[in-house]
Design a protein around this ligand. Structure first.
Ligand SMILES: C[S@@+](CC[C@H](N)C(=O)[O-])C[C@H]1O[C@@H](n2cnc3c(N)ncnc32)[C@H](O)[C@@H]1O
Length: 383
């Protein structure tokens, strides 16, 4: 998933969602206008196709595990440009159903034809939830991951496809996923705070001018304006490609997913209590960095010959378009090697838009001296 899709989803503030049994029922018209629209553009597909880490991982997962594809039927959920369907066919699949909700399906069809694979790959334009296939499949392949894995909630659609169309012996590509969190240092928080303060200074000047030029006292709106701006500058998680040096403590796993068995219910909420040990001498704890990895391991009865990992962890030169999500603390705190950070993490979907997330992140510090500092609780939004 690329950043443009994230912007589009963020704009969808009035997404009509209602909830039944904790699972959101979505107004498809609104969802289509807000979420899918960017995927219909080639520039956006190109962004994903240019992510070498992503491309190499999927390419290797298919071509180093041809035994999963030769003579098999494959379903590509959200085929986009058609790339994963094309690779599946090139690896020897006898039939590939390539399903795409947007008009990108037309480009995918052209691409398939231009690569002489139209006898194998059938591009179907429609939502995976609505379409019908003539048979069950041996493999489901999909690139469904959003920021911090679950943003965009596209995995719901893959689970729906799996439950409807995967044979009992079938294999998921990817097969597993994990979410990670680690304490970090960063200058971003200082910038965000100074942007917020600048914005409030500007507001106070505006209030003064409006009173003196136009005779209306706007000061009653100072508090709501400040809350609005605080949310924007200080509570939104920030996209960043962190350098590994910025990770100042041990990374911990928040959630592990087996793509073959997980349910939508299981991923509605990510809740974990984890502890991380500070590994750097006298540094600032400025926040937490969140990222994910996915694995292509096949399944126990039909394992991958070559297991492949796609990681979005902080890296010196192998950044991905997903980067990491950074949750900044205001103010940062001084920490030392051996201190322990005890984190209570909870992430669920925004009520207004099931594709966006809200996070409660509470932490307390146990210093290496044994002293315990007061807990701090923060709210964040992944928009
Ligand atoms: C992250 S892109 C991946 C595109 C392509 N598979 C690739 O790897 O380059 C996800 C694609 O899935 C499509 N998509 C998302 N949800 C879908 C659904 N429920 N039914 C069909 N297509 C969907 C989007 O329109 C988008 O083109």
């Amino acid at each position: 998933m690329g950043s443009a899709a994230n912007g589009a989803a963020a704009a969808a503030v009035d997404m009509a969602t209602s909830t039944s049994n904790g699972v959101a029922t979505v107004d498809k018209g609104v969802d289509f206008a807000n979420y899918f629209c960017t995927y219909a553009f080639l520039y956006h597909q190109k962004e994903m196709l240019s992510d070498r880490v992503r491309m190499d991982a999927y390419f290797n997962s298919v071509f180093k595990n041809k035994h999963h594809f030769i003579g098999k039927t494959v379903l590509d959920v959200g085929t986009g440009s058609g790339i994963l369907a094309i690779w599946s066919a090139q690896a020897g699949a006898k039939k590939v159903y390539a399903v795409e909700a947007t008009k990108m399906a037309e480009h995918a069809r052209e691409l398939v034809k231009a690569n002489n694979l139209h006898d194998v790959v059938e591009v179907i334009e429609g939502s995976i939830e609505d379409i019908t296939l003539p048979e069950k499949v041996d493999v489901i392949i999909s690139e469904w991951m959003g920021y911090f894995l679950l943003r965009e909630s596209m995995f719901d659609s893959v689970i729906c496809a799996r439950d409807r169309w995967l044979k009992p012996t079938g294999v998921m590509y990817p097969s597993h996923a994990r979410m990670w969190l680690a304490p970090i240092r960063s200058g971003l928080g200082d910038h965000k705070m100074s942007d917020y303060e600048g914005c409030m200074d500007d507001w106070l000047g505006f209030v003064k001018e409006t009173k003196s030029y136009y005779g209306v006292d706007m000061s009653v709106l100072t508090k709501p304006f400040s809350e609005e701006q605080k949310k924007y500058y200080l509570q939104n998680s920030v996209w960043n490609n962190l350098h590994p040096n910025q990770v100042v403590g041990t990374a911990t796993i928040l959630m592990e997913i087996d793509c073959l068995t997980v349910t939508v219910e299981d991923i509605l909420k990510v809740q974990a209590s984890v502890s991380s040990t500070i590994t750097k001498e006298d540094t600032r704890l400025c926040g937490f960095g969140g990222w994910f990895d996915v694995h292509f391991n096949g399944r126990e009865e039909n394992p991958a010959e070559c297991e492949v990992e796609l990681t979005t962890a902080p890296s010196i030169d192998d950044g991905t378009h997903w980067g990491q999500q950074v949750f900044l603390l205001h103010p940062p705190v001084r920490v030392n090697q051996g201190d322990e950070v005890l984190v209570n993490f909870s992430m669920s979907r925004s009520e207004e838009n099931h594709r966006l997330m809200k996070v409660d992140l509470g932490y307390k510090l146990r210093l290496s001296s044994g002293k315990m500092l007061l807990p701090v609780i923060n709210k964040f939004y992944i928009e």
